[in-house]
Write a protein that binds this ligand. Structure first.
Ligand code: LMR
Length: 394
């Protein structure tokens, strides 16, 4: 049987992790996979997470199954974190999922069940796994322009022109904040225009919110998602707790479906439960329970928010330092976009050859499309990167 299997192309981001590990150079710099690292290169367990885990260890008296949708308290806490009071709770169906990727996968499966003919529109570029899962599920897909190579900002005119071709019932995948891989994001007024266009076209948005709290702050980063949910009859939201709670390996995420009314939300909920049952039965619980413990305890929540702010500000500081450094080295403002981008990533606009040169000559690892993880830097490595960018002729 297994001899019939075809070779699989490895995931580019995960392959880069491996190549980095195998590089013997001591001064190598990992700007690949989207994992937060502090100035010493560690991905720490957040203080509130440690405290919540301790509390759970002391008080949890069973590990029996939760419901198929996960712990209802997790659903309520995440609905509040992501949506605030934008939509009535009775309109929201939700399932806990294995990470944000699990939420994206379940969203796409729901779309395939409800509207098999719908095309899923993705930004060009998008997180490569979006395209990969869509292809794997055989879902019709198309892309809309997003990144302007010249300005390294959003090609908003191109985006609007392409979204103008979306058919009624099609799905448009949007990054709620901190666009991956580019770091370029829509302005608030541009979100309004996108929402009006989706409404006019009768499209259903699928918002991927993987970096809430990494851009401009917890509620600022949810603002676009809230506008989408508040402005349209239906939408899907895949939210991840991997980055903002730093619990990557716990696989904690949620899929929310905002339905037209309570009756449709109930039917949608039953379908989401069904999908969990088919794919893995009950969702993982430990990370979700840690998140719920933090979000529902005022002291833990305050400490988590404070540490998340430290993380966010450290990335902003590195962005500014890198942009300043490049300003000095190039005597120009052409890298100022790095300070305007938000989240973990910036696509710096290097060619694959330049990316390869930086890896070979300076031991700097970024994804082949020149996406770099800002959190992989520290105050000492920023000038090294700046010099390598200039030496590679970017
Ligand atoms: C990334 O884009 O690097 C992260 O979302 C990690 C992943 O799974 O690819």
């Amino acid at each position: 049987m297994f001899d019939a299997l075809k070779d699989q192309a490895p995931d580019k981001i995960l392959m880069l992790m491996q190549t980095f590990r195998e590089d013997p150079r001591k001064d190598k710099i990992d700007l690949g996979v989207g994992v937060y690292k502090d100035a010493t290169g560690l991905t720490p367990v957040m203080r509130a997470v440690k405290a919540a885990e301790k509390r759970l260890w002391e008080t949890q008296d069973t590990k029996t199954y939760t419901g198929l949708a996960g712990d209802p308290a997790f659903g309520a806490a995440m609905r509040d974190l992501v949506l605030g009071d934008t939509v009535a709770a009775e309109r929201v169906a939700a399932i806990a999922t294995p990470g944000g990727t699990g939420a994206v996968r379940q969203a796409l499966e729901l779309i395939r069940m409800a509207a098999p003919q719908a095309t899923v529109w993705v930004s060009n570029p998008t997180w490569p796994n979006h395209n990969s899962i869509i292809k794997y599920l055989n879902i019709p897909t198309a892309s809309y322009r997003y990144f302007d190579d010249a300005t390294r900002g959003v090609d908003f005119a191109g985006m609007m022109a392409d979204l103008g071709k979306v058919a009624a019932g099609d799905v448009v995948l949007l990054h709620g904040c901190c666009h991956n891989p580019t770091g370029a994001n829509l302005e608030a007024a541009q979100w309004d225009e996108v929402i009006a266009l989706l409404k006019a076209r009768g499209a259903v948005p699928l918002v991927d919110l993987a970096y809430q709290g990494f851009g401009d702050g917890l509620s600022a980063d949810a603002a676009a998602t809230r506008k989408v949910a508040g402005g349209l009859d239906e939408c899907l939201i895949a939210a991840s707790c991997s980055k903002n709670f730093g619990i990557y390996r716990e696989r904690t995420g949620i899929l929310m479906a905002v339905a037209r009314d309570g009756t449709e939300a109930k039917r949608t909920q039953a379908n989401l439960n069904f999908l969990n049952r088919q794919n893995f039965s009950f969702p993982p619980d430990h990370g979700a329970r840690v998140v719920t413990t933090i979000l529902t305890d005022p002291a833990l929540r305050a400490d988590w928010e404070a540490e998340l702010e430290e993380v966010r500000n450290s990335m902003l500081g590195l962005r500014k330092q890198l942009a300043d450094e490049l300003r000095k080295l190039t005597n120009s403002d052409r890298f100022d976009f790095i300070a305007h981008h938000r989240g973990m990533f910036s696509r710096i606009g290097a060619t694959p050859e330049q990316v390869e040169a930086m890896r070979a000559d300076a031991g700097i690892y970024m994804v082949g499309d020149s996406r770099m993880n800002i959190a992989g830097l520290n105050a000492t490595t920023v000038p090294i990167l700046a010099r390598a960018i200039v030496a590679a002729g970017v």
